[in-house]
Design a protein around this ligand. Structure first.
Ligand code: BG6
Ligand code: MG
Length: 215
């Protein structure tokens, strides 16, 4: 165990599995239909952010920003339907052996493992990649009011695990998620896009590096 940490909370999209590429494809289809600019750098701003807040970022500085709430909800639903079509084609092969082996190694060492994701599709994704029953707790977009950088999703995960915040570490690919972890009173390991901001307590070159930190 590492410095009193006995629980690890994983972000899902972009950490456990690369559903971030499906978010990108689904938002890109919507943005193209509306004639709005969208690229990987805009997509990076959506990491960890809720569906409706993501839509606001895509519509910002355009006439669509003044649409009614109902019209915006219809656009978010349109994106989600496309996104779910991509999710339906996912199989357990999208879960890498590296992630699977590292999760099992951490569990064997006695760590409790949870998901802390802003997504309302988290359970569907976990089912699709064969991890439906794997985690000790799942805190997701369905049990929070405020998404990252608010700490709510991680505080709920700790509560579901019956763990204190200081016993938990977070693994995140979103800088907003690193901020959320710190606001929750938790240490945070940055992976992928989050590394370049330099705000993590640890920077991971790859998922397997977790096994060197959490012994
Ligand atoms: C987060 C993603 O995990 O979930 C965000 O990083 C996404 O990009 C958010 O907007 C909400 O996802 P969903 O599946 O509820 O639309
Ligand atoms: Mg993520």
């Amino acid at each position: 165990m590492q410095n009193g940490i006995n629980a690890i909370i994983f972000d899902l999209d972009g950490v456990i599995v690369h559903t971030d590429k499906y978010h990108y494809k689904a938002w890109k289809l919507l943005a193209d239909r509306l004639g709005l600019y969208f690229d990987e750098s805009v997509n990076n701003r959506l990491r960890g952010v809720s569906r409706m807040e993501s839509l606001e970022i895509i519509l910002e500085n355009s006439d669509y920003a003044r649409l009614s709430e109902n019209e915006k909800t219809a656009l978010a639903d349109e994106k989600n339907e496309k996104y779910k079509e991509f999710l339906q084609s996912m199989t357990p092969e999208e879960l890498s052996g590296e992630v699977y082996d590292t999760l099992n190694a951490l569990r064997e060492r006695g760590y409790r493992l949870a998901i802390g994701s802003s997504s309302r599709n988290a359970r569907l994704i976990l089912d699709k990649i064969g991890l439906g029953g794997f985690f000790d707790a799942i805190s997701d977009g369905n049990n929070i009011i405020n998404s990252k950088p608010d700490p709510e999703v991680f505080l709920k995960a700790a509560e579901f695990l019956s763990a204190k915040p200081e016993e938990c570490a977070v693994v995140e690919d979103a800088d907003a998620g690193i901020t959320a972890a710190h606001r929750a009173g938790m240490k945070a390991a940055a992976i992928g896009d989050a590394v370049r901001y330099g705000n993590g307590d640890w920077n991971l070159d790859n998922f397997a590096a977790l096994a060197d930190i959490f012994k």
